[in-house]
Ligand binder design. Sequence first.
Ligand code: SAH
Length: 540
Amino acid sequence: MKGKLLIIGFGPGSYDHITERAKQAIQESDCIVGYKTYVELIQGLITDQKVISTGMSEEVSRAQAAVKLAEEGKKVAVISSGDAGVYGMSGLVYEVLVEKGWKEETGVEVEVIPGISAINSCASLLGAPVMHDACTISLSDHLTPWKLIEKRIEAAAQADFVIAFYNPKSGRRTRQIVEAQTILLKHRSPDTPVGLVKSAYRDREDVVITSLREMLDHEIGMLTTVIVGNSQTFLYDSNKLITPRGYQRKYTLNTEKQRLKPHERLRKENEPWALQDEEPEKEHQPEKETQKASALELATEALALSSGNQTEPQKEESPVPSGVESILEFGVSPGLVNKKFTAKQLMTLAEVVGEHGEMEYTPHHLIKVQLSTDKPEQVTEQLEAEGFLLLPAGDVLQIKACDFCDGEKYDSIPYVEQLQDELGGMPLPKELKLGFNGCGMACYGGVQEDIGIVFRKGKFDLFLGGKPLSRTAHSAQPVMEGIEPEKLVGIVTSIIQEYEEKGHPNERFFKFFKRVQQVGGFKHRDMAPVIELEPAPCGD
Ligand code: SAH
């Protein structure tokens, strides 16, 4: 009979945090091989298995003993704390097997059972410090040259990784954590939050929240994991280390903070780590700096060059942002009715957006702007002074009017302006487009929008529930003709309010209309194409 090696990570040390498979594996084994302390931690799960426990430094002999027992036909549980593949026994067992020329098909069976590693168990006791790119670094130089460990700390510190230090200190190894702190301080603020977790989920559990500056004033030992936050990690309520999901937050007009709903947060463009490299920034930065150099700096540089002295090589610019970058998002257009930009407007826009902002030409009568700024008022004031109409981004009411034949058909303009003043930009369950056209030609496609209004013979026609996009696109349903001008705004307002109140989050207006069957007293009629079309979302 062939034996089996069950390589088990039993998690931080409490029964509640051992996986079901790990418990089963311990129970189905004939013998258990592990470090004494670990065997004690899982004592309650051991029944009649033979236990082979050895000291801390006898890992190799433990692995060899385990392999030998398996070769004799035994089911052998090799236990590690946390995860057996993180500074644990699994690699070692495989190394012993490889040395013996083991092959999966012919040799003993091997199953590696995952466990909760210290980086995860300790993080859970600290709040949410490991939210972004993180790494583990073991400070044990027992089998790894200290020079290499130093290099890894340096690299991780430089690249702004959250770091979990394993094996930070032991009775005889005390220097490493001190040197690690020195390296970190070269790249990170002394106020960077640090968590020291000793014996997570074990009897003598101890959690200390400190900072990079003060971390060495506390006890750190063999059973401690040291978690160092990144440049964005902050302390909350004096005992929570929280690392934000990224380095940017997006916001729009009239909103203080990023106002992303759960479904929006899941969009790719809102995942900060999905954003493109910011190459241009690097290219242009030095140029700007040269321009700003003072006369003294220029003179010093010239002197150094002429006397043949090399100026100090420019320190490479750190890629780590100095703070959370705030991206302001909004739409600009020359006006509700006016469709013509002036050259001066475009120049002002170009200046405001700068080299690093973004202007996107959209199908919605507006240019979408994204730029990095903490002073939104300054940006909006400058654009408004130039006569731009600014519109918030996101799920809001957007009014799209025609140009009223260059303003010649002006009769209905006051009504669209009133709608814009009273309702334009209001937050809704989903973006809502209201098309407003000044004559029966409706050449700006008002009838294709969520809500369409067409002025004709001194009165208004109303259309509801257009579906402008996709292969199953359809026009809006004509619900009423000849609305008296003074009634228009009231009717439209009550329809939009109904949608605001009763629409599900993310529900487009045409879907809402179909679901509730009646809006503003108007009954729904299906405008979808009669021919069955297979749904074909983007990418299919
Ligand atoms: N395989 C283990 C790591 C073994 S190395 C795992 O995946 O977690 C040993 C180091 O792990 C210790 O020095 C300590 O830094 C960390 N560690 C393991 N268990 C821990 C616990 N319960 N609480 C805090 N740190 C722990």
